[in-house]
Design a protein around this ligand. Structure first.
Ligand code: ATP
Ligand code: MG
Length: 263
């Protein structure tokens, strides 16, 4: 059996108030994939991410993590981190202490945690700002602290819900490149929600286009993992073609959501 990072078997989510957040979804996610979820508002992107993070339980169907139960996550090389839309930093702590928090909570001694904090800060290019407080950082820097805090646990699966949504285009491009490099080097699987099809086209190896009413996967779009994700790719005809394809799928998904709502 091929190892999956996440295997979702006919999982659906109906909330206690009767709203069907997600119709049954079946999806396998494999090591080192970079999957983006795009789709109209309310199509269940966050709900799907929360099912995968075990923050929601499916009403029907099941999920497995590395072919095991969620209780096994955190053991061996099976770690999961979540980056929320807002950086949610502790304002009274320095960047270094904010990043170290997950390791402090695990009771890991500073002698062990400090080099890992340093490594995570280096990845996001914030070594120089380690002693600053959140109020002294720009929006993009705060988001990078939040990503460093997720990386410090050395996750094998990183879940991100619109992490760069509030950032300007250049900062966002820079972070997208950082993430692409990071995933290339490490044994990291990435699943992220974005409203930007350019971001999806740049970072992903597979794009899941979702539709609403009910929330579901409408289409899948594969992007060759071997394409180097750099500035040249962003300016290439291939990139323009991928964006065009995704744009069409997104329009079809939106129409399908409206039809389903009216019907
Ligand atoms: N806790 C909840 N209780 C009831 N309904 C919910 C709850 N959370 C989400 N929903 C509903 O489930 C559906 C999917 O919501 P979800 O937040 O997953 O959408 P989304 O695709 O992330 O949207 P957005 O792009 O606006 O963030 C929506 O109809 C939403 O109103
Ligand atoms: Mg959402």
């Amino acid at each position: 059996m091929q190892e999956t990072v996440i295997s979702i078997q006919s999982a659906e989510k109906t909330f206690p108030n009767g709203v069907q957040g997600l119709a049954p979804i079946t999806l396998d996610i494999f090591p080192k994939e970079r999957i983006s979820l795009i789709g109209p508002s309310g199509c269940g992107k966050s709900t799907l991410l929360k099912l995968i993070a075990n923050l929601h339980q499916p009403s029907e169907g099941s999920l497995s993590w590395w072919n095991k139960d969620f209780s096994e996550v955190g053991k061996e090389n099976h770690r999961l981190s979540f980056v929320f839309q807002e950086p949610t930093l502790m304002p009274w702590s320095t960047v270094r202490k904010n990043v170290r928090l997950p390791l402090d909570l695990e009771g890991i001694a500073p002698a062990v945690s400090e080099p890992r904090v340093q490594e995570a800060l280096k990845v996001v290019g914030l070594e120089h700002a380690a002693e600053r407080f959140p109020a002294q950082l720009s929006g993009g820097m705060k988001m990078r602290v939040s990503i460093a805090r997720a990386l410090v646990t050395r996750p094998n699966l990183l879940l991100m819900d619109e992490p760069f949504g509030a950032l300007d285009e250049l900062t966002r491009n820079r972070l997208d490149e950082d993430m692409a490099n990071l995933c290339g080097k490490d044994d990291l699987t990435l699943l992220f929600v974005t409203h930007s099809l350019y971001e999806a086209a740049f970072l992903s190896t597979r794009v899941m286009v979702m539709a609403a009413h009910p929330g579901r996967i409408f289409a899948e779009y594969e992007i060759d993992p071997a394409i180097p994700r750099d500035e040249a790719f962003r300016l290439s005809d291939t990139f323009a073609m991928i964006c065009q394809d995704l744009s069409k799928l997104l329009i079809e998904a939106s129409h399908s959501s409206l039809v389903a709502k009216v019907a």
